[in-house]
Design a protein around this ligand. Structure first.
Ligand code: NAD
Length: 502
């Protein structure tokens, strides 16, 4: 039996538990069906039903927020060492079930197994990384004066809401939830309605690994009801959100009455700038990887390639040749490089840009059409001869679609790179050290890689500027969001106190 056939069989076995019954919310350690009815989650492979999922309403959000508030009273007092121990147990359990998580994720999102097989392990690493930081989460500074000892300490902010998108849900959820738990917060998670299955697995794993009931709750459902109710709930002190920029704006408005602290990881239209002195073979590999891996459904994707005019024609021709050879296929086939996109609605959006590209005068050098494999399969697409004013250069397409734009010199490269509303990542390819530093400093992005694709290092800050986000994750930065800093001042002696009414 081939590796592919074996994976299909294992996936069927893992998915069997979801068939024929409703995937419930997990509130206060218990399965809750709720009162909102159900919705369907379909597999992008063929748009058939994977599971019926409980549709959360404000009633279940209220129940979950109250459970998180009760659990917070004790979880915040659990020592950092004990939190570390529990979180490592969760990581161990994720590793033990990595195959199940990976296969379920592929079937629920359409992401190819070649990337998802590592996603569960990366989720476990996120837990281990923050587990080891839990004992120091409350550490502060000592700021003495001649008369007072000031010291700061950090306290968990309270129960928090985590709202995640559908593209790589397991990895992204752990990235948000692990630091929150390490900080001593409790969580209500509202996963994306198009790919909710692995969120249920994570909550189940955490509970079985010894996380107390109520510390991590999951309420499934749609953004406009469950999501909205979570952002408006008075017991929820902060919202960690990953998703579209327009949803971020809505959440900010919804949370304003209860003065929610927000952390936003939003959209991107990230430039990769290729100068003519770069190692062009490596640059091409990186350009293609950063837009066609993960189905292009990736916030950090290099969706605009800005290429030096002197090498543009040759670089574009080589890119087109490679793009035509990228293998589209079933997500569980180990040879597949691009799987089916998440949902027919998303496919329609991605394909609509082919018309926009043509009417704006760009060349469709590859793709721009549905693949013959099925409704959600799209051919990897390359638009060339584009300029930055075009729709395909300004809007986040969030699919396997690259827009290639020529530039004349460094100044023009920078002005094109910065001429978008977004500012998440930028990638720069050059052998000129001075230029690398100049461009890296001037480009408007929260994260810049030089002569590299996106290689993450967990202690470094992750986040965007402009319409790509507010706040940073990673390392200690996550604790700035999930914790409040408190200053305590203690008089060292009898300093002078002004006397009134004497
Ligand atoms: P989305 O904004 O449509 O949905 C994200 C989540 O928000 C879902 O769980 C949804 O139910 C919920 N939601 C929707 N409306 C809401 C509301 N009014 N109140 C509360 N919650 C609401 O995004 P998506 O289509 O699921 O994901 C794709 C987007 O995510 C892209 O723009 C992508 O760039 C972005 N993304 C960003 C990062 C990052 O780190 N910057 C990472 C991954 C994805």
């Amino acid at each position: 039996m081939s590796e592919f056939d074996e994976a299909l069989l294992r996936a069927q076995r893992y998915l069997a538990r979801f068939g024929g019954k409703t995937l419930a919310h997990l509130i206060d350690g218990k399965s809750v069906a709720g009162s909102g009815g159900t919705f369907d989650t379909l597999s992008p492979v063929d748009n058939t039903l994977l599971a019926k999922v409980a549709r959360g309403t404000s009633a279940e959000i209220d129940q979950a927020a109250k459970a998180a508030k009760r659990a917070f009273a004790s979880w915040r007092k659990v020592s950092g060492e004990k939190r570390r121990e529990i979180m490592h147990k969760i990581a161990d359990a994720i590793v033990a079930r990595a195959d199940e998580i990976a296969l379920v994720e592929c079937m629920d999102t359409g992401q190819p197994i070649r990337y998802m097989s590592k996603a569960a392990l990366r989720g476990a690493e996120n837990f281990r990384f923050y587990a080891d930081r839990a004992p120091q989460a409350a550490d502060g500074q000592s700021l003495p004066t001649g008369t007072h000892l000031n010291y700061t300490t950090r306290e968990p902010i309270g129960p928090v809401g985590v709202i995640t998108p559908w593209n790589t849900p397991f990895m992204l959820s752990t990235w948000k939830i692990a630091p929150a738990l390490a900080a001593g917060c409790t969580v209500v998670h509202k996963p994306a309605e198009w790919s909710p299955l692995t969120a249920a697995l994570l909550a189940e794993i955490a509970l079985e690994a010894g996380l107390p009931a109520g510390v991590l709750n999951v309420v499934h459902g749609f953004g406009e009801d469950a999501g909205r109710a979570l952002t408006e709930h008075p017991d929820i002190k902060a919202i960690g959100f990953v998703g579209e920029t327009s949803t971020g704006s809505a959440i900010m408005a919804q949370g304003s009455q209860t003065l929610k602290r927000v952390h936003f990881e939003l959209g991107g239209k990230n430039p990769v700038i290729v100068f003519d002195d770069a190692d062009l073979d490596r640059a091409l590999d990186a350009v293609l990887f950063m837009i066609y891996s993960l189905n292009g459904e990736r916030c950090t994707s290099s969706s605009r390639a800005l290429v030096h005019a002197s090498i543009y024609k040759e670089f574009a021709a080589k890119a087109a040749e490679r793009v035509r050879k990228i293998r589209v296929g079933h997500p569980l086939d180990p040879r597949t490089e691009i799987g089916p996109l998440i949902h027919p609605r998303h496919v329609a959006k991605v394909l609509s840009y082919a018309d926009a590209a043509r009417s704006d005068g760009a060349t469709v050098a590859a793709g721009g059409i549905r693949s013959s494999l099925g409704e959600n399969y799209v051919e990897p697409t390359l638009y060339t001869d584009a300029h930055n004013g075009m729709k395909i250069a300004q809007e986040e397409i969030f699919g396997p679609v690259l827009t290639m734009i020529p530039f004349a010199d460094e100044q023009e490269a920078l002005s094109i790179a910065n001429d978008v509303r977004y500012g998440l990542t930028a990638y720069i390819w050059t052998r000129d050290v001075g230029r690398a530093h100049r461009v890296a400093q001037a480009v408007e992005a929260g994260m810049v890689w030089v002569n590299s694709e996106n290689v993450r290092h967990l202690p470094t800050p992750f986040g965007g500027v402009k319409s790509s986000g507010i706040g940073r994750d990673g390392g200690d930065y996550s604790f700035d969001f999930y914790m409040e800093t408190k200053n305590i001042a203690i008089a060292l002696g009898d300093h002078k106190i002004s006397r009134l009414g004497v």
